[in-house]
Ligand binder design. Structure first.
Ligand code: ATP
Ligand code: MG
Length: 250
């Protein structure tokens, strides 16, 4: 589904990604871990099409289609979803209106009619119940005054509504209380299928107790320096990152 080959990217004259290779197949869950500043959010932003970064070499494709020439919204229409590490506040646009617009824009791009209002309401009700989101939130301005955890839960609500092919969750677990973590994780698990894939960026093994990854990758200094199965996350929790640094010098 997602194929990244030898991706190099810069911002200004600083090289941040230094040759990333990553293959994500449908039905898989990948976790990306790594120290602060390693380039994890940068990688997520570049997949989603953030134009502040310059891709200097390498390629990213989704189901065989090169993403390089596609604008962020075109990538979204093709099923790429990014849950932001720091969700932005949009005063004056309600959660419901935001999601309605996002869904209908995607449908339009796919040549479909707008979703009928009653069906939209039904789906909104179902998904907000799935994620135990208080109905009051749905009429509030997007993220405005939301607590950290409420913003993260709302990101997963958007994901649940959009049913993306490829969901990238950038530290969605940070700031969630223990109950919210379980609710968000079970939401992600319910949405998982053999047709979609999830890339989870996290600092904590804890989330991976709930959403068990097929692969764990360690991103350090702009490169994936180690990959393994779920047990790698446990090993990182125990030993930190230094041993990998040393290992990769040998
Ligand atoms: N606009 C920018 N200008 C300068 N440097 C930037 C810019 N954006 C990102 N960087 C740098 O790129 C590096 C990678 O940042 P990134 O946000 O991808 O790290 P991260 O792995 O997500 O870290 P964290 O775990 O703290 O979220 C950092 O050193 C950061 O300072
Ligand atoms: Mg980050």
């Amino acid at each position: 589904m997602l194929s990244i080959k030898n991706l190099h990217a810069t911002i200004g004259d600083k090289e941040i990604l230094k040759g990333i290779n990553l293959e994500v197949k449908a039905g898989e869950v990948h976790a990306i871990m790594g120290p602060n500043g390693a380039g994890k959010s940068t990688l997520a932003s570049i997949i989603a099409g953030n134009e502040n970064y310059e891709v200097t070499s390498g390629e990213i494709s989704l189901d065989g289609e090169d993403l390089a020439e596609l604008a962020p919204e075109e990538r979204a229409h093709k099923g790429v979803f990014l849950s932001f590490q720091y969700p932005v506040e949009i005063p004056g646009v309600s959660v419901t209106n935001f999601i309605r617009t996002a869904i209908n824009e995607t449908r339009k791009a796919q040549g479909l009619e707008e979703m009928p209002a009653n069906q939209m309401l039904k789906v909104i009700r179902e998904k907000s119940e799935l994620l135990e989101i208080d109905r009051k939130f749905l009429s509030r301005s997007l993220n405005e005054g939301f607590s950290g955890g409420e913003k993260k839960r709302n990101e997963i609500f958007q994901m649940a509504m959009l049913e993306p092919k490829l969901a990238i969750l950038d530290e969605t677990d940070s700031g969630l209380d223990i109950d919210a973590l379980r609710i968000v994780a079970s939401g992600v698990n319910k949405l998982k299928s053999d047709k979609n894939a999830v890339v989870i960026i996290t600092h904590y093994q804890r989330l991976l107790d709930y959403i068990v990854p097929d692969f764990v990758h360690v991103l350090m200094d702009g490169k994936i320096v180690k990959s393994g199965d779920a047990s790698l996350a446990l090993e990182l929790e125990e030993k930190g990152y230094d041993w990998i640094k040393q290992e990769s010098f040998v």
